[in-house]
Design a protein around this ligand. Structure first.
Ligand SMILES: [Zn+2]
Length: 156
């Protein structure tokens, strides 16, 4: 092998080494960049997850609050409102619906006791009236109409 050829080979090796070093540097930089992107994505996902969890929490808390409010309202329902009182109103009204005048014996279901002023805490017998279930469901609508209707009935 000639001197010239040896020099050329060494030269080529050095060039190759330098190239490899450069490529490694580029690859490292690329990896770092990718890592950063992955990190950011992971952070973003984590943030989204936390936000989602928070929303879920808020929804659960709201649902609990709603149920508590409902329970409080339900517990407030007057204890005097027992079957005895209902039965006494029905007896007073002779088990007849005070709107359509059907008798309780003519239907399968028990009659309902309606609060004329729609205040379930007003247990004054003047405020209570016997209705069949069909008529009672009608009183859910046009409340002011039914209030007037029953007040007229009681005035004479
Ligand atoms: Zn009726």
């Amino acid at each position: 092998m000639s001197n010239y050829e040896q020099l050329k080979r060494r030269w080529n090796r050095q060039i190759q080494k330098a190239r490899n070093k450069k490529m490694q540097k580029i690859q490292k930089a690329k990896n770092k960049k990718m890592q950063k992107i992955f990190c950011n994505q992971a952070k973003k996902l984590e943030k989204q997850f936390v936000e989602k969890a928070n929303i879920q929490n808020i929804l659960e808390i709201r649902e609990k609050e709603r149920m508590n409010r409902y329970r409080k309202r339900r517990d407030k329902y007057p204890i005097d409102w027992v079957d005895d009182l209902k039965e006494s109103i029905k007896k007073r009204d002779k088990y007849i619906c005070q709107i359509c005048e059907i008798h309780q014996d003519e239907v399968d279901k028990n009659f309902a006791i309606h609060h004329i002023d729609y205040n379930k805490f007003n247990l004054n017998p003047n405020n209570l009236i016997t209705l069949c279930n069909s008529c009672h469901s009608k009183t859910n609508y046009n409340r002011s109409y039914w209030i007037r209707y029953f007040h007229k009935g009681s005035s004479h």
